[in-house]
Design a protein around this ligand. Structure first.
Ligand code: A4P
Ligand code: MG
Length: 203
C-alpha cells in the first residue's frame, strides 16, 4: 500500500498519479488564485494609431485570464533606432494588467493581437501598425531570447519609461532600478504627451 494509491484499487487499469504531477497541478491552481502584475508597452506608427492602440487594449481585456488595470496617456514619439525622417512618428502607451496567464501564453496573445492588426515583420525596427511588448512580468528575470524579461531595452527607452511612470510611479525595472531614476537619466527628449487623444480603460 502506498500513500497515493491503495493496492486493492477498485479499477486496476487506473495508474497512480505521481506525487510530482499532483504538486505541479497544485502549483498551477495557486497561480490561478494569485494573479501577477505585468506591464505591456504598445507602440505603432502606421495607420490610425489611436484606433489600433485602443484595439490592442480592448483585445487584452477580452483575453481570458487578463484584466486591464491602468492605461497611460498617449505619447507621440520620435522613431527610435532608425535614421531621423525615415519613418512616421509613433504613438506609445503602457498598460498595466493583472493576469493568471503564464508569461509564454501572454506572449502568444501579444503576437495574436499584432497579427490581428496585420503587422508585417519585414525589417527589425521597421514601421508597424502595432508592437505589443511585455516589458515586465511580476519580478521575473529571464534571458531567453523568445521572451526576455524584463524587456531588454525598456530601461533605456523614454517612450516606455515615461508612460510606465505615469501608471506606476513606484515601479522598478527588475535588475535595473526604479523607473523614476532611469527616467531621470534617459530624459524625456522625443516624447510628447498628446493631451488631445486618450485611451479608454475597458469597463
Ligand atoms: N521577444 C523577446 N523578449 C520579448 C518581450 N519581452 N516582449 C522576442 C515581446 N517580445 C519579446 O520582436 C522580435 C522577437 O522578440 C519576438 O519574436 C519575441 O519572441 P518583434 O516584435 O517581432 O520585432 P521588433 O519589435 O521589430 O523587434 P524588437 O527587437 O522587439 O524591437 P523593439 O526593441 O521592440 O523596438 N520607436 C518609437 N518611438 N516607439 C516604438 O514603439 N519600437 C521599436 C521596436 C523601434 N523603435 C521605436 C518603437
Ligand atoms: Mg516587439
Amino acid at each position: 500500500m502506498t500513500a497515493e494509491w491503495p493496492e486493492q484499487s477498485a479499477d486496476p487499469t487506473v495508474q497512480p498519479v505521481p506525487a510530482s504531477v499532483v504538486a505541479a497541478v497544485d502549483a498551477a491552481d495557486s497561480t490561478l488564485q494569485n494573479p501577477k502584475t505585468a506591464v505591456i508597452a504598445l507602440g505603432g506608427n502606421l495607420g490610425n494609431r489611436l484606433e489600433t492602440l485602443q484595439g490592442a487594449v480592448d483585445a487584452l481585456e477580452d483575453t481570458p485570464g487578463v484584466r486591464v488595470k491602468a492605461v497611460s496617456p498617449v505619447y507621440e514619439t520620435e522613431p527610435w533606432g532608425v535614421e531621423p525622417g525615415t519613418q512616421p512618428g509613433y504613438f506609445n502607451a503602457v498598460v498595466l494588467i493583472r493576469t493568471t496567464l503564464p508569461p509564454g501564453s501572454l506572449l502568444e496573445r501579444a503576437h495574436a493581437i499584432e497579427e490581428a492588426y496585420l503587422r508585417v515583420r519585414a525589417e527589425r525596427w521597421g514601421p508597424r501598425t502595432i508592437d505589443v511588448d511585455i516589458v515586465a512580468y511580476d519580478r521575473v528575470v529571464s534571458d531567453d531570447p523568445v521572451l526576455t524579461l524584463p524587456h531588454p531595452r525598456a530601461h533605456e527607452r523614454a517612450f516606455v519609461l515615461v508612460p510606465w511612470y505615469d501608471v506606476d510611479p513606484a515601479a522598478d525595472v527588475p535588475g535595473h532600478g526604479p523607473v523614476a531614476e532611469l527616467l531621470a537619466t534617459v530624459g524625456r527628449q522625443g516624447v510628447q504627451r498628446r493631451d488631445d487623444v486618450e485611451l479608454r480603460l475597458p469597463e
